[in-house]
Design a protein around this ligand. Structure first.
Ligand SMILES: Cc1cc2nc3c(=O)[nH]c(=O)nc-3n(C[C@H](O)[C@H](O)[C@H](O)COP(=O)(O)OP(=O)(O)OC[C@H]3O[C@@H](n4cnc5c(N)ncnc54)[C@H](O)[C@@H]3O)c2cc1C
Length: 511
């Protein structure tokens, strides 16, 4: 039995039969099995857009065998008496808790929000104008910020190949399409994610883990032994505490700061969400309105035109919708999500400028003050409409600084209110975004026909916990702050990998 990996150029709408025939002809084989190991769209030449597909072919007729297996994550098992509490059921919290449970610890996971079904209803209610729920929204609830998202599973993090494999295999075990194992730009869509997070919970519980929803971490006694955890449902003791609060839990960061946990400020990004018709993006990227076999065109743009702060598109959601993503009442921010089919009429992405909290505040600020500055901005964006409608303008108007276009169409569920966004964003951000948007317009035909809406303040964290190479918080053994809320990760895969790495570091320390 031999194995070989070959790369083929295939039409965008190729079928499994086409691929079978191609292998048969090109490798002169009669009896073989195959599976895809990579599939990426090559759209550099608009008149010859095709898939580049890597196929692993296995056959008795092949003499050689290549082993392309990536490293597997090893989770050593031993029955431990130590108890670990994990706070937050987002990707970072879930994967650290799952690994700890598989390693034999008594693992209790707590989550301030509800299970995904109840969370879904709360979001539906909010979007139909029937009240915001501070416990269940786009940030809080089962699966964390990753549930109601596009579910892009790409990450630029390095040295996480074994973790990535474990995460993707766990998602597939929980019902994700197996293509995520080989697609260059895999994504799940919120419809799949809602089912997946529930099945992941079942896997954790089947392994012996305990899951408590609607249970909020309120305070901690970090220096006591065991660590005492005060929750909204009573107290818990544990030998190690993992906190994966995500990017929105400002009161949790402040509680940790009050308890002496060291944080520092870091550069982060601010801006708005851009939205275009998906057809416009397809035309710009592919030179045609649709492409058989491919869902919707994507883009990723960066610009250094401002010479001061880089401007870039982020979290692009082809065929998606812009969503009201605030975690708190009377604040207003936006984000984007999509369904697996990515078949909506619009394409959206954040357009943000990298900035430091000191520049935002106009003075040197502490981590707590950095949070205050962001909150002020989010509250100001709420005060502009007072009903979670999104202030919005056309990209052309943002560039020119003049309000001309008053009719804007969007997927945003709570309505738009036409406003000069360039006056409401911090001056430095407006200047950089303007230079960046001019650059984007020159790179992509029709780009200035899109709109900008709302405030994007949570693409990255403005603060970072100070921690050791072992993932332990400096000065606090057995306290692990992980995922996006730690300030070291961002996105589903990198946050989940951060949680896994911290869990493995703890497991190896106490094995
Ligand atoms: C709308 C949207 C779309 C996105 N799309 C993508 C995408 O396509 N691809 C991608 O890679 N990333 C995407 N992201 C970002 C991604 O979701 C996050 O980077 C990722 O979820 C971070 O994982 P985490 O586990 O660190 O934190 P989170 O997922 O934010 O989870 C934190 C959890 O902790 C809980 N929590 C917080 N404080 C407490 C407390 N005191 N007590 C108990 N529980 C608490 C919260 O309720 C939450 O469930 C998107 C984000 C949003 C909001």
């Amino acid at each position: 039995m031999g194995q070989k990996t070959v790369t083929f150029k295939l039409a965008t709408d190729f079928s499994e039969e086409d691929l079978h025939l191609k292998i048969k002809r090109e490798l002169h084989l009669t009896d073989f099995n195959f599976h895809l190991s990579n599939k990426s769209l090559d759209a550099r030449n608009k008149s010859n857009i095709h898939w580049l597909v890597n196929v692993v072919v296995i056959s008795d007729e092949l003499k050689e065998t290549e082993f392309l297996e990536t490293e597997r994550l090893q989770i050593p098992f031993r029955k431990h008496t130590k108890k670990v509490v994990v706070v937050g059921n987002g990707p970072a919290g879930f994967f650290s808790a799952y690994a700890l449970q598989l390693a034999g610890y008594e693992t209790v996971m707590i989550e301030r929000g509800s299970e995904v079904g109840k969370r879904d209803l709360a979001i539906e209610k909010f979007e139909s104008g029937h009240g915001f729920n501070p416990m269940n929204n786009y940030a809080f609830g089962e699966g964390g910020a990753g549930t109601f998202s596009d579910g892009k599973l790409t990450s630029r993090s390095k040295h996480i190949s074994a973790e990535r494999r474990f995460i993707l295999e766990s998602y597939i075990k929980a019902g994700a399409p197996s293509e995520i194992a080989y697609l260059a730009h895999p994504h799940l869509g919120t419809d799949n994610l809602k089912l997946i997070v529930k099945k992941l919970r079942d896997l954790f519980i089947a392994a012996g883990g305990q899951m408590h929803f609607e249970t909020m971490l309120e305070d901690v006694q970090l220096k006591s032994n065991p660590i005492q955890v005060k929750t909204s449902k009573g107290n818990l003791d544990c030998d190690a505490l993992f906190i994966a609060p995500g990017h929105s839990a400002f009161e949790t960061y402040r509680m940790l700061m009050r308890n002496g946990v060291p944080f520092r400020t870091k550069n982060f990004a601010l801006g708005s969400r851009m939205e275009h018709s998906q057809e416009l993006i397809n035309l710009a990227q592919w030179g045609r309105k649709s492409l058989s076999g491919v869902k919707a065109a994507e883009y990723r743009l960066t610009s250094e035109a401002d010479g001061k702060h880089s401007v870039y598109s982020f979290c692009m959601c082809p065929g998606g919708v812009v969503v009201p993503a605030t975690a708190y009442p009377n604040q207003n921010i936006v984000n984007g999500m999509s369904h697996y089919q990515r078949d909506g009429r619009f394409a959206n992405a954040a357009c943000v400028a990298g900035i430091s909290p000191d520049i935002l505040a106009g003075r040197k600020v502490s981590p707590n003050e950095a949070l205050d500055e962001i909150e002020k901005l989010e509250t100001m964006f709420f005060d502009l409409t007072r009903n979670y409608a999104a202030p919005a303008c056309s990209i052309a108007d943002f560039i020119s600084g003049k309000s001309r276009i008053t009719s804007l169409s969007s997927s945003y569920p709570l309505g738009l209110s036409v406003a000069p966004l360039w006056e409401y964003l911090p001056t430095e951000v407006t200047k950089s975004m303007r230079a960046g948007l001019i650059d984007f317009k020159n790179k992509m035909h029709g780009f200035d026909n899109g709109i900008l809406l709302g405030l994007e303040s949570k693409t990255s964290s403005s603060i970072q916990v100070i921690r050791e190479k072992t993932w332990e918080t400096t000065g606090f053994g057995n306290l692990y702050i992980v995922g996006e809320g730690s300030g070291y990760a961002g996105g589903i895969i990198s946050s989940a990998a951060d949680g896994l790495k911290a869990a493995l570091s703890f497991i190896h320390k106490s094995f």
